[in-house]
Design a protein around this ligand. Sequence first.
Ligand SMILES: Nc1nc2c(c(=O)[nH]1)N[C@H]1C(S)=C(S)[C@@H](COP(=O)(O)OP(=O)(O)OC[C@H]3O[C@@H](n4cnc5c(=O)[nH]c(N)nc54)[C@H](O)[C@@H]3O)O[C@H]1N2
Ligand SMILES: Nc1nc2c(c(=O)[nH]1)N[C@H]1C(S)=C(S)[C@@H](COP(=O)(O)OP(=O)(O)OC[C@H]3O[C@@H](n4cnc5c(=O)[nH]c(N)nc54)[C@H](O)[C@@H]3O)O[C@H]1N2
Ligand code: SF4
Ligand SMILES: [Mo]
Length: 709
Amino acid sequence: MQNSATPTHCPYCALQCGMNLTPAAGGTVEVTERADFPVNRGALCGKGRTAAAVLSSRLRLTSPLVRSGDGTLVPASWDEALDRVAAGLAGARAGHGPDAVGVFGGGGLTNEKAYALGKFARVVLGTSQIDYNGRFCMSSAAAAGMRAFGLDRGLPFPLEDVPRTGCVILVGSNPAETMPPALRYFSELRANGGTLIVVDPRRTRTADQADLHLAPRPGTDLALALGLLHLVVAEGRVDEEYVRERTSGWEEARAAAMAHWPEYVERITGVSVPQLREAVRMFCAPEAAMVLTARGPEQQSKGTDTVGAWINLCLATGRAGRPLSGYGCLTGQGNGQGGREHGQKADQLPGYRKLTDPAARRHVAEVWGVDPDSLPGPGRSAYELLDALGTDIRALLLMGSNPVVSAPRAAHVEERIRSLDFLAVCDVVLSETAALADVVLPVTQWAEETGTTTSLEGRVLLRRRAVTPPEGVRSDLQVLHGLAARLGADRGLEKGFPTDPEAVFEELRRASAGGLADYSGITYRRLAEENGVFWPCPAPAAADGAAPGAADGAAHPGTPRLFLDRFATEDGRARFAPVAHRAAAEEPDEEYPLLLTTGRVVAQYQSGAQTRRVAELNAAAPGPFVELHPRLAARLGAAEGDPVAVVSRRGRAVAPARITAAIRPDTVFMPFHWPGEGRANTLTNPALDPTSRMPEFKACAVRVEAVES
Ligand SMILES: Nc1nc2c(c(=O)[nH]1)N[C@H]1C(S)=C(S)[C@@H](COP(=O)(O)OP(=O)(O)OC[C@H]3O[C@@H](n4cnc5c(=O)[nH]c(N)nc54)[C@H](O)[C@@H]3O)O[C@H]1N2
Ligand SMILES: Nc1nc2c(c(=O)[nH]1)N[C@H]1C(S)=C(S)[C@@H](COP(=O)(O)OP(=O)(O)OC[C@H]3O[C@@H](n4cnc5c(=O)[nH]c(N)nc54)[C@H](O)[C@@H]3O)O[C@H]1N2
Ligand code: SF4
Ligand SMILES: [Mo]
């Protein structure tokens, strides 16, 4: 296996592009085109093309590190390191109770890892304090989708449907930078005569390709969607029959929309009434249409209601649960979707079950061989968990995130992390957060281990091991096994933490059986043969006592398209959300007269822990910048490349000015991929959405100052 090409998937974003990996001369690994995976058909962005560089042992950790007496991190044996972690976690628990131990996971972890981490927290540590970075990602869309449809899966249809619909509204999504191979679906849509509307405060490279670009003030998408719905009603474009037969709650939602007059919406959003009318015309004219959201409208303190308002627009016009129509969320991380289904979220058990549901607790406890009453309840959300470090939470196990760079109000979060009694980090590189740990455990990564991810389409995929890991590293599953052996040997717990990913997946199948995200009919063999399977995919009804899938019944084909017959709510109807516009948690004032929004550039990934180590990517995107409008730059006397300071109530960041008329004059933009002086998250506001607990990464009040260079 190790010398020929192995078909697998990219380690980074939720598109999960297919690629082939071939070991090459000098211990390097070559990434080559894999044409048999339909989603990207061979195309890769620069991050995917260069992903194998991070496999090099020169760039990464190959020995556990422990904090020595003089405060530095020094190499240690695995036994010593695992003993230290077990002692650190057990010490906090002994001194302050099980909830004094926190666990923080990531949406980049495979399904197997996410599942094992959630089980480890609840069964071995007995803590309720587990959450993960997906809370920062698409949790608002998840909450809104759940509320409206009774089930949340990123896209309820495969991407291949996009070119065949009539119109797509892409809200706060910039695939030209964040998922370049997906752009082709939108260009094909236009080539087929369909139209593309992009809603983004910046004229991005994605917006450049749109038939219509709406550029609202950051944080006003809720008003915008309500204004469009107002016009839909006023122009008699409601699909009354669909609303009657397939939805509930229309009267309230309608009344709320009617209070949002186009002129009022224009004042809030800055999008003109003629543009609003044009958008409604484009969206309503064809047979079928879609609304797709990403982080723009979701990362707001009202993200759940905002997505709800966009879903309302789909429902009122009969554009959900019908062929080539619907609402979808473009999830972000490689396993952003699966990572939220299998139990690392504070309120969830595997299979998208609720931790507060007694039947769900019974089912999962039985699979885990524990008493349902021993399972803790829901814990804190990601930011609230980070905010409680050093006070209620004394020790933290972190796997798959770099919050020193990526969490909102990052200087405060960093200070909280430093105040912990004990921090253990599992990572492939010495991230900014790992550098603060008491123990760092070096782990294998994507190409070195087998595992499954669930893409933005809800397609479960098999990533195969293609290369041998360097000496000295272990897998996350081995880490959890080693810790379970140390912390729960008296209870025989290590047996519940197999190190073979397929064994973990087999257990995950049983734990998810009967849940919303039912994987019980999926096997590694099917994933390999079928190039992925869309959940839900229940096992054929098994004879009593037989393993799922073991019975002879016909295999379930998986579910590429959801909701065509009914929605997943109790009565089968989609629910309108009764929502009204409200302001961002922080609006500009005299002292902080501008809005800051944040996001991504194509050549860097997330906190940059991986991509900042790749020379080619660094050359393309060497550091942070502040995007600002020429009028604002002129007022500051700043020229292109001059350092400017952005100041918010949380702190101050300095980065070179990038002057462009593509941004609104009342808004500045910073990418968040870098630590240090230019760290965007020094500035961001941790105001949380009341339902999803998503922080407001996309809007906070700032002022910009010239800096002596
Ligand atoms: N290159 C690269 N690709 C990535 C990632 C990465 O870090 N780098 N990360 C992956 C992950 S985890 C994610 S979540 C996805 C994110 O993918 P996207 O959501 O596409 O990325 P962002 O840049 O965060 O935000 C998208 C757009 O929202 C706009 N925006 C800002 N404020 C608002 C607002 O108030 N309303 C609206 N409508 N738009 C607004 C921004 O200008 C930006 O162009 O990307 C994935 N792909
Ligand atoms: N201002 C601002 N901040 C944001 C956002 C924004 O738009 N604006 N977006 C938010 C979003 S959507 C997201 S998803 C977060 C992401 O931000 P982070 O959670 O910081 O994500 P990454 O940088 O991907 O961190 C993953 C870490 O895990 C390591 N890693 C990779 N694979 C593995 C593995 O298999 N096992 C282990 N143990 N470690 C691994 C990587 O090396 C890296 O250090 O940032 C959020 N922060
Ligand atoms: S678009 Fe996403 S999955 Fe595809 S190559 Fe780039 S980072 Fe990897
Ligand atoms: Mo994300």
